[in-house]
Design a protein around this ligand. Structure first.
Ligand code: AMP
Length: 354
């Protein structure tokens, strides 16, 4: 189903106040829209570049209702927004919808959903109670990774299990854990797609992603042959998941390229760090196409503008070394405006095209 294009000057609401919201707001401004940020933290790097800001808790009903009344369309840049308060939005006002959030917020549900859509995740078993640990380890095998079902990101809420002794003393939170086998992969990559209201889907090229301490460090094009050989299969799964969720906007699915084919890791119902290179490296960036999709505008071309691209994340204090980042006159530096360069914190990124 298509929707009439949202007229320029309309207000887009963004739930979440981080750097993804900031880059969405900048893309929206270019298309003549205004953005209003809703976030519980008063320091919001998205609000710094937006027309309006509501600083309130997710469960503040009055603030959420007022925000809903201000915005023609509402999107999110953070997948752990609680679902219940989103009832404040009228049918179709929230894009992507609640279904994508519900799947992405729960690792167990996400893996089961990927299996239903024909995908292959790492072998996994739920751990709802301490007594389930032993059976899960036996079923999946060791080594593996124990992960919280909810609220994990960037490698947080994860424990490597190299022997059965490693689970001793591990607490099981109320929302449970999921134990998954350690995947021996040749490379990691993501499929980033944009889906319009009418079901049209476009993909960006898949980069080779490398992580350090569980955090994305680099995204590089071209990806190695093992990745390019598996991209079509991974795209088919990602597009099926998006269609089933009646998804509108940019969606990301992360994969391990293994000798047995692509292994699904997780999905993000939003623009993604491994797609930041698209700002300068693609005809239309992931941020612009997300805005176009949710506003009912025609999608832009997702083709890469050059065959070679490198995006380096700037983590912690290294972001402050401007002279080094700008020594290469072709480097595109993005700083997110975060006040404090704490260790491990994503402060910005640098993209080199060609
Ligand atoms: P995640 O938060 O699940 O994306 O995990 C962060 C990173 O940890 C991934 O990008 C991988 O580098 C690594 N990782 C997570 N799960 C596995 C697994 N089952 N096998 C091997 N590496 C993993």
């Amino acid at each position: 189903m298509s929707r009439p294009p949202l007229p320029p000057g309309s207000t887009i609401g963004i739930l979440g106040g981080g750097q993804l919201g900031r880059m969405l707001a900048m893309a929206a401004a270019q298309l003549g829209y205004r953005c209003h940020i809703y976030a519980p933290e008063k320091d919001s790097v998205a609000a710094d570049v937006a027309a309006g800001f509501t600083c309130a808790g997710w469960h503040d009903k009055a603030a959420m209702a007022e925000f809903a009344a201000r915005c023609a369309v509402v999107t999110y840049e953070f997948e752990n927004v609680p679902v219940a308060p989103l009832a404040a939005f009228a049918g179709g006002q929230l894009a992507p919808g609640v279904a994508a959030l519900e799947v992405a917020q729960d690792r167990l549900r996400e893996k089961r959903f990927a299996v239903q859509q024909g995908g292959t995740p790492a072998p996994f078993a739920p751990v709802d109670h301490v007594n389930d640990m032993e059976a899960a380890l036996r079923l999946v095998g060791i080594p593996g990774i124990m992960k919280t079902r909810r609220d994990g990101y960037d490698g947080k809420g994860q424990w490597k299990i190299a022997s059965s002794l490693d689970v001793q003393g591990l607490r099981v939170p109320e929302s449970g854990l999921v134990y998954e086998g350690l995947v021996h992969f040749a490379a990691e990559f993501s499929v980033i797609l944009v889906r319009a209201h009418d079901g049209e889907v476009c993909f960006w090229d898949s980069t080779h992603n490398t992580h350090e301490h569980g955090v994305l460090a680099h995204s590089v094009l071209p990806a190695p042959a093992i990745v390019t050989a598996q991209v079509d299969e991974a795209r088919t799964l990602a597009a099926r998941m998006a269609a089933e969720l009646q998804y509108v906007g940019v969606m990301t699915a992360e994969f391990f390229a293994t000798s047995a084919g692509p292994v699904f890791n997780e999905m993000a119902p939003r623009v993604h760090n491994s797609g930041h290179w698209t700002i300068e490296g693609a005809v239309t960036s992931q941020f612009e196409n997300h805005v176009r999709a949710i506003c009912g505008l025609p999608l832009g071309d997702t083709a890469s503008v050059a065959p070679r691209m490198v995006m380096d994340n700037l983590i912690g204090a290294e972001a402050l070394d401007l002279a080094r980042h700008l020594a290469d006159p072709r480097a595109h530096l993005h700083l997110y405006g975060k006040a404090e360069a704490r260790a491990g914190r994503k402060m910005g990124h640098v993209t080199r095209v060609g």
